[in-house]
Design a protein around this ligand. Sequence first.
Ligand code: GLA
Length: 733
Amino acid sequence: MITVSEKTERFLISTAHSSYVMGVTKERFLTHLYYGKKIRDVGAEHLFSYVMGRGFAEATYEKHPDQGNYLNTLRQEYPVSGMGDFHETCLELRQNQAKVALDLRYDHYEIRQDKAPLEGMPSAFGDEVETLIITLKDSVVPVTVELYYSVFEDSDVICRHARILNETGKALYLEKALSANLYAEHVDGGYDMISLAGCWGREHIIERRKVGHGNMTTESYRGKSDHDGCPFFALTASGMPRQSGKTYGMQLVYSGDYLGKVERDCGDQIRGSLGIHPQEFTWKLEVGDSFETPEALLVYSEEGLQGMSLSFHDFLRQHIIRSPWQFKERPILINNWEATYFNFNEEKLLDIAKDAKAAGLDMLVCDDGWFGHHRDDPSGSLGDWFVDPKKFPEGFAGYADKVHAMGLKVGLWFEPEMICELSDLYEAHPDWALCWPGREPVRCRNQWILDYSNPEVIENIYQQIATMVKTAKLDYIKWDMNRSIIDGHSAYLPEDRQGEIHHRHVLGVYALQGRLTEEFPDLLIENCSSGGGRFDAGMLYYSPQIWASDNMDPVERAEITAGTTLAFPISTLGAHMCKGVNDTTGRKLDLRSRSNMAMLGTFGVEMDITTLNPEEMEILGEQIKRYRKIQPLIESGEFRTLTRTAENGIYSAFQITNQEKTEGYLIYFIPMTKAATSPARLYLQGLKEEATYQVDKGDETLTLGGDFLMHAGLCLGMPRMDAYSEIWHFQEI
Ligand code: GLA
């Protein structure tokens, strides 16, 4: 996987289908030479001529009459600022008030036959992994940077992160410490940057932008990864269909502020960078201390965005998600949020439980409103994780016993990073809310952010949650986070560490979720942040599923699903069937359509099931049985978005195929019927060309070749209704 040529000082990293090559220049700079389709280790030194600078420019670094604009054109593996690189750099330092310019040169390397976990942060794990560690040093400012490259050959993923050590004899302040960058190989026609955009209710919609000169970003500095993006972007050759073309994907195993930036310079080099967003970040590095950046995952695929997504899906399932639930059938749940909002009590939930059991569901999740003294609306009680006796006269454990006795699992909602002014916790600890000195904390839904830099806070919240998990024998918790971090000041941290709040908050979340998963290994955690506001690989390390959006209307869910699965496996998307009239959009929707779309993910129901008539209950029961057949493929199959309404104007279609390519499901969705259109054509992907498949369309069964299905395609009729969907099964015969 890792080959080093001592003579030419070249490093070649190979995965099953890609190669990554670096070299050391004669001035001892570590430079990037190639990342692309797999190549043999022959002649890479030829590429030095490409990276050695070009033309006249003002920033010649050393005495290189033949190498104008040297560091600005050199493809540095870990670019630093202050020496003539005018692009996005990875590292910026300050000592007291003064900027510290760094000049990092190659020092030595080491290869390990394993991969060490990152301290206090989620990171990839696995047995078949090799790690290259390259050490760079500055001869004037004693700072060492170690670059880590862990190679997961089969998944075509390279994990990168950096460790920065302060050996200067004085405290240093990191103003910026990105995780990694990459350079895209030249392609005629250039590249598009693909990132995810949106807002609450329309999370993670695919955005494609032509990479022109200058730069473009995807970013968050709200203290979480957020609705209008996530720490992921791709570069894909312009104008190619989703299953072909040179494609690079990069995502961060991190759940806080992030910056993803793509730049094309005057020489048409394209650099992509990813890491913690510098805007709200300063980190004090004491003498002898080190700082580890979060881990970035890099993928290269010749098979376009589709190939990149398949690599990420496989990798996240095998090497990031630790939960024992990852490869077990997840419980099909019913959640009372949109059924009751805050207006419920034990009696109401037990009625829901009775019908849930009859329909064939596995678990009842009690959402927001069960705790404290003031939770009949969002005005108070966050932080008071004890049961409201008005709603549960026999305590939550008494209620949970009854639900368990009915043969259902029990789930419960928490929002552990928050505190309300109107709460016992705030009364006891007013200094536990983040807040600018002399001001009141900024109000968002009446909730303030707990100071997770303070270990006492973490301990208190852990004890409260653990007590509930133990006493009620909880099977599942939904961990919510319904606001951004705005007040960046902590009463606990000293002045010179106030810039650490956002990162320390994320570390606190990891510490708490890590402790819960260790103490209660079978506890299923579903992360959430006002819908899909914190969907990232960092959270997946602790929870195998994340609530993808509060918007369950299939018309919009189809786009949310296509966007989210660009980077994350379908098994991680919390997906529920909504009410007949959707609460977010007001659209009236057929039960089959609502439930078909909820099968794309971890199926659940989020409506008052007691209002269904016997016929609807029967349809729901059938849909649950159907999902149980699809579920194993959701959890371990290959998932592909075949097309999107946003691209073709008519329909979205998704395909799930087992790893053997012998069986699968096709789910298509037509948001709005159209008059007099030609039948839409659907081309399947990733089947066996020579095999014959039987396609069960419900009303008819077709026998078609794999080659036919992939190249000639299936015809879809135009329904006489809006928001229409079908699920077809196919199997090799
Ligand atoms: C967020 C979540 C919802 C629900 C509410 C409760 O908005 O996304 O699913 O849990 O909070 O307040």
